[in-house]
Design a binder for this molecule. Structure first.
Ligand SMILES: *Cc1c(COP(=O)(O)O)cnc(C)c1O
Length: 353
């Protein structure tokens, strides 16, 4: 939407989004108080709005998605317990193992399929409570699934996992950093996705464009306990209403427009599929994340291609041999056309690049 002055097409992540003018105004004018003392009316409004949005009783504002996962899972678990999690999850791949370190919680890791699911039989077989093992306390799912190309978990899959969890008295947690992207592509409400989960957290600072902030949602009793965990982790904030004000604007005005990001990602994926030497399955692209590779036969490897594209103003992120492009608020249709032209010209200008 709003072109950045530097002229870069920054597709590294939807976290690069800057606060909108409406957010900055709301921040400047926010009514605030000491939120650790429960006095900040803007934080309270945000917590109520967020809880309602995902159909939970209560919510707790936290500084980041990583802390949201920590607060959620440390509050749900105790010593000698474990969380079952996918091997491609953000929790396992991108959070420095903090849950094990701070929470004394064992991460029981099962392989994710490329669509972000973990097969039901694997989950069923993994739940344990023998005297010589950690006791399985939580299954944690992720949707949309970042490393699995932004895939949204199907509702019927979530319901099947919930039935397995419930039968074994295991809690279900959703890392819903991008839950609204999932809701849009599934054509359901975020509350419908969240319903089978005890605890759900999501980010305001990704595609919704707020500068800072995530939220943990669950029952009133759970959130009461979660406040203690947040405090322990150093996440209690004082006049946090200046941040919550931007998150309220994000929730009120930035959710529906995510569909544009999905359309742009679709365009990018289809365009990349038509470039010789780019390996991508466009059918896997459902939301705002596009993952692809370059065929080494072109003379390029992904790291060198990333550098060459960056030199021409197109920024992507790299994980192993996979390149990732994420569409967001600052990316226009014209940017996608331009990015495709740059990728085409760069890959076609052979190995000397
Ligand atoms: C970004 C992200 C997080 C962490 O959020 P931060 O705000 O970077 O701490 C957690 N889970 C998923 C799936 C994410 O994409």
């Amino acid at each position: 939407m709003v072109r950045e002055a530097d002229g870069l097409i920054d597709l590294r992540s939807d976290t690069v989004t800057k606060p909108t003018p409406a957010m900055r105004r709301a921040m400047a004018e926010a009514e605030v108080g000491d939120d650790v003392l429960g006095d900040d009316p803007t934080v309270q409004r945000l917590q109520e709005a967020a809880a309602q949005r995902v159909g939970k009783q209560a919510a707790l504002f936290v500084p980041s998605g990583v802390m949201a996962n920590l607060v959620s899972l440390m509050t749900l678990t105790g010593r000698n317990e474990e969380v079952i999690v996918g091997d491609q999850s953000h929790l396992y791949t991108a959070e420095v193992g903090g849950l094990g370190i701070f929470g004394n919680v064992f991460l029981h890791v099962l392989p994710n399929l490329p669509d972000g699911t973990i097969p039901l039989e694997r989950l069923q077989g993994a739940i344990r409570d023998a005297v010589y093992t950690p006791k399985t306390r939580v299954i944690s799912l992720e949707s949309t699934h970042n490393r699995c190309g932004g895939a949204a978990l199907p509702l019927d899959y979530i319901q099947q996992v919930a039935a397995v969890a419930q039968a074994r008295s295991v809690a279900l947690h959703l890392d819903g950093a991008r839950i609204f992207n999932a809701a849009i592509v599934l054509g359901v409400s975020a509350a419908q996705i969240a319903a089978p989960f005890e605890v759900v957290n999501f980010c305001f600072s990704k595609g919704l464009g707020a500068p800072v902030g995530s939220i943990v949602c669950g029952s009133a009793a759970f959130i009461q306990e979660a406040k203690r965990t947040r405090r322990m982790l150093g996440g209690g904030m004082r006049q946090a209403g200046v941040l919550a004000a931007a998150c309220l604007v994000a929730l009120e005005t930035m959710v529906d427009r995510l569909a544009e990001d999905h359309a742009h990602a679709r365009m990018l994926a289809d365009g990349l599929a038509n470039i010789r030497g780019i390996r991508i399955d466009p059918a896997r692209v459902q939301t705002n994340i596009v993952i692809f590779e370059v065929d080494p036969a072109t003379g390029w490897d992904s790291a060198r291609l990333q550098q060459a594209l960056a030199a021409r103003g197109v920024l992507l992120s790299l994980s192993g041999t996979r390149l990732r492009a994420v569409t967001h608020y600052h990316i226009t249709r014209a940017d996608i056309e331009q990015a495709l032209a740059v990728v085409r010209e760069t890959t076609e200008c052979n190995r000397s690049g």
